[in-house]
Design a protein. Structure first.
Length: 252
C-alpha cells in the first residue's frame, strides 16, 4: 500500500471510529431522555427503587426515593466486583426485593424496578409483591432488558408456561436449568467446566438473568398476570428504549 493510501485508510478508520463514538453518545442521550420523560410523567410523591446500584433512575425535583437492596453497599461491592469503583447509591433499606416483606401494604406512591425482574425466580410473584406496597393509583415502573439486544441474545425467550409453573410450584425445579443456560450461553463456559460453574453459581447465590424476554413476550406475561392471575393494574405504557423496554403499570 502506498504511503498516501495508507494515510487515507488510517484517516477513514479514525473517521469511522469517531462516527461510531458519536452514535453511541447520541443513543445514550436518547436512552436517558426516554427514561426521564416517563419518570417525570408518572412518578410523584414518595416510593422505592429496588436494586439501583450505580444507575438510579432520575426523578423530578421533590420526588422522594428510598433505595432498597438485598445487601448493604459493602456487600454489593463484594458480590459484584465487576462494578469496580462505580458510585453506588446508599442502601436505605435492606430487604428481599422480590417479596418486600419489610414494606407495609399500600405505603408507596411508586416502585421502580429497573433491570430487576429478569433476576427474579418468580416474576409473577414479584410483580404481585410490588403492587401490594403501592397505593391505589400509584405506579410500578419496570425497565426490562430486551434479550435480543443484550448478552442474552443466544437464549430463547422464557415461555409463559414456564413462568406460570415457577409461580405455581416455586422456582426450585428450574433454578439449575437457568444457571446452566446462563453459564453456557452467556458466560460461554467450556463444556468440561460447565458443571463446576453451575455449582459455583448456586453456592454463591449469584444473581443471574433467570428469565429473558422480548417486548411482546413480556406483554403476554403482563396480560396473563392481569387477566388470569387477577393482579390489580392497568398497563399504561410498554415502550422500547434501545436495549430495554419500559412498562408502566398503574395500581388499581
Amino acid at each position: 500500500m502506498s504511503v498516501a493510501r495508507e494515510r487515507l485508510s488510517t484517516a477513514a478508520r479514525r473517521a469511522a471510529g469517531g462516527a461510531a463514538g458519536v452514535g453511541a453518545r447520541l443513543r445514550a442521550v436518547g436512552f436517558a431522555r426516554r427514561r426521564r420523560r416517563l419518570s417525570k410523567r408518572y412518578l410523584l410523591g414518595s416510593g422505592l427503587e429496588i436494586g439501583a446500584l450505580h444507575r438510579p433512575l432520575a426523578v423530578a425535583r421533590g420526588v422522594k426515593v428510598t433505595y432498597v437492596d438485598r445487601m448493604d453497599v459493602a456487600g454489593l461491592r463484594a458480590h459484584y466486583p465487576e462494578l469496580g469503583d462505580a458510585q453506588l447509591v446508599h442502601v436505605d433499606a435492606i430487604d428481599n426485593g422480590e417479596a418486600l416483606a419489610g414494606q407495609r401494604d399500600a405505603s408507596a406512591d411508586f416502585v421502580i424496578a429497573n433491570h430487576f425482574l429478569e433476576h427474579s425466580e418468580d416474576p409473577i410473584g414479584t410483580i404481585e409483591s410490588h403492587l401490594r406496597v403501592i397505593r391505589p393509583g400509584g405506579v410500578l415502573y419496570l425497565a426490562v432488558p430486551d434479550r435480543r439486544r443484550t448478552f442474552d441474545s443466544d437464549r430463547e425467550p422464557t415461555p409463559l408456561d414456564h413462568v406460570i409453573r415457577d409461580h405455581r410450584e416455586g422456582p426450585a425445579w428450574s433454578r439449575t436449568l437457568h444457571q446452566r443456560e446462563w453459564a453456557e450461553l452467556v458466560e460461554k463456559v467450556p463444556p468440561g467446566e460447565l458443571e463446576d460453574r453451575v455449582r459455583w453459581l448456586e453456592e454463591h447465590d449469584y444473581s443471574i438473568h433467570f428469565h429473558v424476554w422480548g417486548r411482546e413476550d413480556f406483554r403476554a406475561l403482563l396480560e396473563h398476570a392481569r387477566d388470569v392471575q387477577g393482579l390489580p393494574f392497568t398497563l399504561e405504557e410498554l415502550v422500547q428504549n434501545d436495549h430495554e423496554f419500559i412498562a408502566i403499570l398503574r395500581r388499581t
